[in-house]
Design a binder for this molecule. Structure first.
Ligand SMILES: C[S@@+](CC[C@H](N)C(=O)[O-])C[C@H]1O[C@@H](n2cnc3c(N)ncnc32)[C@H](O)[C@@H]1O
Length: 209
């Protein structure tokens, strides 16, 4: 058998990428933790794994440094964002209304080894965001859907030019946020796209100026 033939044969019996575990590049401890969070999330609050992976790509590729999440739940999406920020040297502040969820999220983030990257704030985002200093270059909104427009209005003035504003459930819960969707799709200072890593849908808005 020639070397070329041996190589071709090896490639033919190699498992196709799509058949490999989609979490293969994460440490086994992190895979276990992420699965544990999902298994305990009986109300299905967390984003899908596909959406989590998308958030990681967006934070890492945008070079985000000062990120904000509103709606932490148990920290699943915050971990994915934190993994992206680990690459950029950035930091995430994530706000959760429910104190017990915030405590659990902080513990999950600690177990993920991301306590130095992610800070969990327990409280109402409408109260806590004004207390934060500085600007944001990456925002992920995943709180109650009918509040999206109010949260956008609160945060948008503090989003830096070239910053990204992402929101979850913009497809499956679009009827609960028509005002928000109208705003991000018609604002001349934004490029907005709706993407569907999974069925819930995410808006991605890029601030031009
Ligand atoms: C869909 S869950 C978030 C899931 C999380 N992003 C994830 O993927 O792991 C929505 C969370 O937003 C929280 N929430 C709702 N309104 C809020 C507010 N005004 N301020 C802070 N958190 C809020 C809820 O308590 C709930 O835990």
């Amino acid at each position: 058998m020639t070397i070329t033939c041996a190589l071709l044969c090896a490639l033919m019996i190699a498992r196709p990428v799509a058949a490999q575990s989609p979490t293969s590049v994460l440490s086994s401890d992190l895979v276990t933790l992420l699965r544990e969070i999902k298994a305990a999330d009986t109300d299905q609050l967390a984003v899908s794994e596909a959406d989590g992976r998308f958030l990681r790509v967006m934070t890492a590729s945008s070079g985000a440094k000062q990120a904000l999440e509103i709606g932490t739940a148990f920290g699943y999406s915050a971990i994915w964002i934190g993994l992206g920020l680990r690459q950029t040297g950035g930091h995430l502040t994530t706000i959760e209304y429910d104190a017990a969820r915030a405590r659990k999220a902080a513990d999950n983030i600690r177990r993920a080894g991301l306590s130095d990257v992610v800070t969990v704030v327990a409280g109402d985002g409408f109260v806590e965001v004004p207390k934060l200093t500085g600007t944001f270059d990456f925002v992920f909104l995943d709180a109650w859907k009918r509040d999206y427009k109010r949260f956008f209005d609160l945060v948008f003035p503090r989003l830096t030019p070239r910053g990204l504003f992402l929101a979850h459930n913009v497809v499956n819960k679009q009827t609960e946020m028509r005002d928000f969707l109208g705003t991000i799709q018609n604002n001349p200072a934004l490029f907005t796209a709706i993407v569907t890593p999974s069925g819930e849908g995410m808006s991605v808005s890029y601030k031009l100026r």
